[in-house]
Design a protein around this ligand. Sequence first.
Ligand SMILES: Nc1nc2c(c(=O)[nH]1)N[C@H]1C(S)=C(S)[C@@H](COP(=O)(O)O)O[C@H]1N2
Ligand SMILES: [Mo]
Length: 158
Amino acid sequence: MRHDPLHPHAHDPNLETPAGDGRFVLSRPGHAPLTLTPQDLAALPQTSLPGCFIVSTGHGTSGPFTFSGVTLRDLLRHYLPAGEGYAHLEIISTDAFGTRVWADELHPGRDHPILLATHRDTLPLTRDQGLVRLIVPSETDDALRQVKWISHIHCIAP
Ligand SMILES: Nc1nc2c(c(=O)[nH]1)N[C@H]1C(S)=C(S)[C@@H](COP(=O)(O)O)O[C@H]1N2
Ligand SMILES: [Mo]
């Protein structure tokens, strides 16, 4: 199979915090890209996920943390015009890491939603902690989907 840079099998976490202020670009098929800030996220419905662990094969497990922010589902409900579908999302970071999130992972029946976290244990995420970080509670192996320093979210058309 072709190597997919957004689906690595192993990865050493980047220890060098990239520059940035947490703003990221949301691109949607057929629309102009939008630049969003942590302040924009604060205006959307907030969700808290207690009991999150970051499980790194390289440097051990940290947590439990309560991450809070906006679910990806609520973000898309707000910014994607009603009825517009997408097949999956590419979540890309400033340091060119990332993951894919499939539309069915955002199904409302899921009890552990995927979160765009802006806070950890009620405090804003620091730059070292990722500023805006994807939290995928179902990923408990090697933290490969817990993407820090989000810079782009691309909605990919079906
Ligand atoms: N942007 C970005 N996010 C990333 C990584 C990375 O290199 N860049 N590494 C991942 C891996 S492999 C691990 S183990 C965790 C480390 O997260 P921590 O610093 O909170 O322990 O971040 C994940 N998210
Ligand atoms: Mo990791």
